[in-house]
Write a protein of this length. Sequence first.
Length: 395
Amino acid sequence: MHKVFLLKGKEKPVLHHHNWVYSGAIAKQDKGIEKGDLVQVCNSNGDFLAYGYYNEDSKIRVRLLEWNEQVEIDAAWWENKIRKAYELRKERVENENTNAYRLVFSEGDGLPGLIVDKYADYLSVQFLTAGTDVRKAMIVEILQKVIPVKGIYERSDTNARSQEGLQMVVGNLYGEKPPASLLIKENGLLFTTPIVEGQKSGYFLDQRENRKKVAAYTNGKKVLDCFSYTGGFSLHAKQAGASEVWSVDSSSIAIEALKNNYKNNDLAFNEEQVITSDVFQYLRNAQQNGQHWDVIILDPPKLAPNRQNLPKAERAYKDLNLQALLLMKAGDILATFSCSGSLSLEHFKQILAWAATDAGKELQFLEDLGHPIDHPVRAAFPESSYLKGVIARVI
């Protein structure tokens, strides 16, 4: 097996079981290493540190998998990791009311670059690194063996692939192609999930538990769900007894899916309260029109894809929450989220405090929200923690 040697003093993150080795930490490497090859990572003296897969086209040169030199990284190793991930979800997530969840969460499950989402009887898979991409056939065979499903569909069409020097790929990998209007069950509600055409792998599974928590504040309330997508927060609020639910998203396709989801669950809705619009502009127009809601939910897409974009994203998060707070009064509830991994919860709360000050409001933080358990974060790899949210009250 080829070896990669670290510069002296650069071994500490590896010893702490962090998954990434950056190109700047490498002193030299053996010749002939191919993209995606398994390599040994050694310290400057040549002592073994870990196994990982290599990609010369990525700033993250090696993604680490195993720190025990005696362990062989073969198909059995991969099957064991996938089986353990599946067992956790079977025990803690899947039940008669929920059949959609993240089955493998990349580094969180010790499998860097592999995302597997289970939607009822189908899997949606993303191979985000060269190491997983070259092992695609093996991984698909293991998934067929471990998880009984009708089909496996690939959604390797994210920007992460380009950072690895890989082309975007979508298509059926095994069995039946998922139907265009696949129905999944989340907390007892039915949702149409466009695995083939939808955002991410088809649905935003990471907000499953947060939708229930926010819905607990909506009984008898007038609710505004911003960036509603296909209605996860909207339908949970309606089911929880909200008097009115207004849903806003810039995607007309998502809005149509939201309407269908209301129908799938026999929940009444007002066509005029399901709106295709830019959220930032909608909030400004609502101020001019003197509109008011008791609960406002803000779940925007990732505004800071990396640290370089963070200053711009901070301004956007502040403006978004400021516009919402200008519509609110004492006693109202704001549920607001960020899925930008480079923005910490503490910093996010500071931005909310700045927005509240500029809006002339006082905020009281009630609950901190984050990932559900099918998005676990390894202690050695905090970068897996990206979703943070706050339920706050205007006082």
